[in-house]
Design a protein around this ligand. Structure first.
Ligand code: MN
Length: 500
């Protein structure tokens, strides 16, 4: 398992009425349930057992601790026995971390022939959890309910998906984003309310002059940059003209200087996401391409043209990406309407993350044709076929909306020998026509985060935790129902925000 990204506390509810012997059994069974979950949950989190909760004071204390503890990213609750829910009110009111209600019981099967009242008294989650769930429903708090025995595969998967969402929420709450340059002139969807973003999602969106970067690039020594180009030559297939001794090697050295300077600024400022703007490059000689691609591969969020929302969503989704998975900044670029299944060719000017690549990326240099700077170095590759989704975060004025579209990443229909950028080709669900119509009805952006491994359920759980509207476009999307869903959601969110 990867390095833990936080703890999820496992809280078992009961009450003193049962007496010591039963409560001892409750504690033992709860530990067993936890170890069964540990065997199933594949997210990089530590599940932490806490003593059985028997009084309102204990419940409030553990919820306050969970809220205070930086390592705790969420809590799972389970009422092993009956735990009268008024005992939970003050504790739940104190909880600021994501909540999952696991509705389970220690035994998978009933011991029909020996089942007696002792067994009945010990195994009461069927009604104990309903009493608790009634109260949680009444609080209106965001929570996920998972039902089933801890050895069931679907239980492990659903808790894994939610655990990733809890990781994403922690990322969002602590995210610092550096904007090098402002928004691209006149572009609407990349703009938005940064104060609202911090209020809703916790993230701090900060402005850095682009010359902060340009000046730092100038200070990087040739020797240090040369050393990094040697790493490139080992890790990638570097074009001959860019290799040491090649005619254009100096351009690669400059690209390496951008990477070194950019990384140093991000690390010094505690930033985990950033933006650039090809229109606003100050004295930088190249649009950062290779540097952005390598930083994305390390987990940094990125958005082009000052797009901080896509960059932030990128950082969040990268933190929610299972080990070995791929997640990248993306842009719907151009269409293949046919023949064959209609497809979208996605790319950007340069900045696509190699974690979605199907091959060893090749470093090349080509003119950009826009922006009036020197030719930038970049990695070129094609995304590997996979199921996946593209996700965006938009500001629609009175609130944020996350839009997610299920896609099938496919091999390009033919080779693309003249295309000098990294790309992905995909078939959106339900069809290109219906997906694009739905996406545009919802006000989705042309910039997205493409992932081949953050699950749709994780995105759904993240949106619920964040209290942000989620619009999902998938194989089941029916446009007539979709239009109505947008109308209902609009009414709901305005009402909910007004009374919240
Ligand atoms: Mn763009």
């Amino acid at each position: 398992m990867a390095v833990s990204k936080g703890q999820i506390w496992f809280l078992t509810g009961s009450q003193n009425l049962y007496g010591e012997d039963t409560l001892k059994q409750v504690a033992e069974q709860s530990k067993t349930v936890l170890s069964q979950l540990e065997a199933q949950v594949s997210a990089p989190v530590d599940l932490v057992w806490k003593p059985v909760l028997k009084t309102p004071e204990m419940i409030r204390e553990v919820m306050l601790e969970a809220s205070r503890d930086e390592n705790c990213i969420g809590v799972i609750t389970w009422m092993h026995t009956f735990s009268p829910a008024k005992m939970w009110i003050n504790g739940l009111n104190a909880l600021t971390k994501p909540l999952l209600h696991l509705h389970t019981q220690a035994g998978q099967s009933l011991p029909w022939s020996t089942l007696d009242m002792d067994f009945m008294n010990l195994n009461q989650a069927a009604h104990g959890d309903r009493e608790y769930a009634h109260l949680v429903a009444r609080t209106g708090m965001a929570r996920k309910i998972v039902v089933g025995h801890p050895t069931e595969k679907s239980v492990g998967e659903r808790i894994t998906n939610w655990s990733f969402a809890a990781i994403g929420w922690k990322t969002s709450q602590n995210l610092k984003l550096a904007r090098f340059g402002d928004n691209m002139r006149f572009v609407a969807v990349t703009d938005g309310d940064k104060v609202a973003a911090q209020l809703k999602l916790g993230m701090s969106i900060e402005q850095l002059g682009v010359n902060t970067l340009a000046e730092a690039v100038e200070k990087v020594s040739d020797a240090e940059a040369e050393k990094l180009t040697q790493v490139y030559e080992v890790e990638y297939d570097v074009a001959a003209e860019l290799r040491a001794g090649g005619a254009r090697h100096e351009s690669l050295v400059y690209g390496a200087k951008i990477e070194i300077a950019l990384r140093a600024i991000l690390e010094a400022g505690g930033f985990h996401a950033f933006t650039s703007n090809f229109e606003d490059l100050g004295t930088l000689r190249q649009l950062p391409g290779l540097a952005v691609q390598r930083l994305m591969a390390e987990g940094y969020g990125f958005g082009g043209e000052g797009d901080w929302k896509t960059s932030a969503m990128g950082a969040i989704m990268k933190s929610m990406t299972p080990a070995g998975g791929g997640t990248s900044f993306m842009e719907d670029y151009t269409y293949h309407f046919g023949p064959g299944t209609p497809k979208i060719l996605g790319a950007h000017m340069l900045e696509v993350c190699p974690t979605i690549s199907g091959q060893k990326p090749r470093i090349e240099i080509h003119p950009l044709g826009i922006g009036g700077k020197e030719d930038p170095v970049r990695m070129v590759f094609t995304a590997k076929p996979s199921e996946g989704r593209v996700v965006c975060l938009v500001d629609i004025g009175d609130r944020f909306r996350i839009i997610s579209n299920e896609i099938k990443i496919v091999e390009p229909t033919e080779d693309l020998p003249k295309l000098p950028v990294a790309r992905a080709v995909w078939e959106p669900l339900p069809t290109l026509a219906a997906s694009a119509e739905a996406w545009m009805l919802a006000g989705g952006s042309h910039h997205t985060v493409l992932t081949n491994s953050v699950s749709a359920e994780t995105i759904e759980d993240f949106a619920r935790i964040a209290g942000v509207e989620l619009v999902q476009i998938d194989a089941d999307t029916n446009l007539r129902a979709f239009r109505k869903e947008l109308q209902y959601a609009s009414a709901y969110h305005r009402f909910a925000d007004a009374i919240g």
